[in-house]
Ligand binder design. Structure first.
Ligand code: SF4
Ligand code: SF4
Length: 96
């Protein structure tokens, strides 16, 4: 699934990547592939900024501002109308 174009805050620092493949394993949206011993972002617009890749990269080769895009809220707003909201501020485990 692709989210909004060109809004993901995902960053990749190739100089730190060892090609361990953990990001490929944990990303739920198949954003990465390993090519020639390094990770490659093959589809940035699939990134929902969950942060799993950053949490599991032991080499500091990735960063993302978790939840900043609030892609689900934006998509829901487009479908249903009204202001984008994920209502996270009303829950103890807010995402934004
Ligand atoms: S988890 Fe980090 S070091 Fe491993 S392949 Fe992905 S970006 Fe590279
Ligand atoms: S933040 Fe989540 S969706 Fe985005 S690349 Fe990392 S694991 Fe995949």
């Amino acid at each position: 699934m692709r989210y909004l174009s060109n809004v993901s805050t995902l960053e990749f620092y190739s100089g730190k990547c060892t090609g361990c493949g953990m990001c490929v394993n944990v990303c739920p949206h198949e954003v990465f592939e390993i090519r020639e011993g390094q990770a490659v972002i093959i589809e940035r617009n699939r990134c929902m900024e969950c942060g799993a890749c950053v949490t599991n990269c032991a080499f500091g080769a990735l960063s993302v501002a978790r939840g900043v895009g609030c892609a689900a809220a934006l998509i829901n707003s487009m479908i249903r109308g009204g202001e984008p909201t994920c209502d996270c501020t009303t829950e103890s485990s807010g995402c934004c």
